[in-house]
Design a binder for this molecule. Sequence first.
Ligand code: GLU
Length: 277
Amino acid sequence: MTLAGRHELPGARRLVVKVGSSSISGDGAHRIAPLVDALATAHARGTEVVLVSSGAIATGMPYLALDERPTDLATQQAAAAVGQNVLIYRYQEALRQYAIVAGQVLLTAGDLENPTHRSNARRAMERLLGLRILPIVNENDTVATHEIRFGDNDRLAALVAQLIGADALVLLSDIESLYTRPPGEPGARPIRDVAHGDDLSGYEFGSVVVNSVGTGGAATKASAAKLAADAGVGVLVTSADLVSDALDGADVGTWFAPNPAPAPSGFTGAVRTGVAH
Ligand code: GLU
């Protein structure tokens, strides 16, 4: 179905929610419980929910006695390998009270451009959803590093939403909405709605942010949102603290209206960004 606006999110048939590293690891770990509460509420309404969660590296850091995000890729991958299972454990613990079972799905952009892998991934996700299991997706960091380097899973979430024909994608971060310029700069205004076909080139989203826990920022969110919206998926960009309001259809965040007539193949995204893996 094509959603007419953010107020229709409670009626979504299939929903992808993406949360970034800083929102749910380290000092943000307390947000796992309210996030899971909101997902469980949507699940109870009958919505099929997929969570795309980063945070493997950040969650793994203390187990490797690291105070800061490692700078070399191999150690980032090692931290991700350790942190991923702790992260899934935390989600499963929070989901238990709702009798919801989580299923871990690790994917790469390359998987999504290989026709066999792509249809395998789609079939597995369909079955998980049919079984009322909550798939929790992350990049498979031991074999791919695109999201570590560029997007903290924003792009992966857009590709997953497209792959499974979701009605909507909710990209959660630490700001309430996208802004016309970096928030805090003079003249920065929140962007409430982006119509299909709107030109975003007049806005300044800044460059990809790499902070102590994750990567990403407004630029990767805007480009992932556009990718999904062009494929017919409505996208809401808002803060993790507002997830419950957002899934209830409140007037929060930046809404990217879906393309009403997306390409029929159902998978139009250029999977790679031309950067060597
Ligand atoms: N897949 C990575 C993770 O879960 C991506 C996020 C990042 O850049 O930290 O940690």
